[in-house]
Design a protein around this ligand. Structure first.
Ligand code: RB5
Length: 150
């Protein structure tokens, strides 16, 4: 399914914890290695802590990440502050696929309070199996990366 065998980085806050656990089924089913940076449930935790830690690891290890919180929005905002991260919030398979094809997203954010388990699993599968289309999309993504460096 996923050609890269580098472990995918998983993280969640308390609101995303349960869905994160369920998404592990998809990764195991497709023999995709992963590393869970939020293995303990902490009802008082804050999503930016998880997002920053996971996002830095994604960049350092040139892999991809899956972040979950209540809405997916907070994780996405925080992860995008880390240089080298292109984090997206996907709410269906189509947005998941486009975020890979057009944007070369390396972090997927999902909302456990807004996306049901089946949809989230389908989104994850779509995101993991879709390649960046390159071509003119490379030029566009490079503009974002250049801006980030300035
Ligand atoms: C936590 O209650 C909630 O604010 C968080 O999970 C997330 O949805 C923020 O965007």
């Amino acid at each position: 399914m996923e050609e890269k065998k580098k472990p995918i980085i998983l993280a969640s806050d308390h609101a995303g914890y349960e869905l994160k656990e369920k998404l592990k089924d998809v990764l195991k089913e497709h023999e995709i290695p992963f590393e869970d940076l939020s293995p303990e449930f902490d009802k008082d935790d804050d999503y930016p802590n998880h997002a920053f830690r996971a996002a830095h690891k994604v960049v350092r290890e040139k892999t991809r990440g899956i972040l979950l919180c209540g809405t997916g929005i907070g994780m996405c905002i925080a992860a995008n502050k880390v240089k080298g991260v292109i984090a997206v919030f996907a709410y269906d398979e189509k947005t998941a696929r486009f975020s890979r094809q057009y944007n070369d997203a390396n972090v997927l954010c999902l909302g456990a309070r807004t996306t049901d388990e089946t949809t989230a699993k389908n989104i994850l599968k779509a995101w993991l199996t879709t390649r960046f289309l390159e071509g003119r999309h490379t030029r566009r993504v490079e503009k974002i990366k250049k801006y980030e460096k300035e």
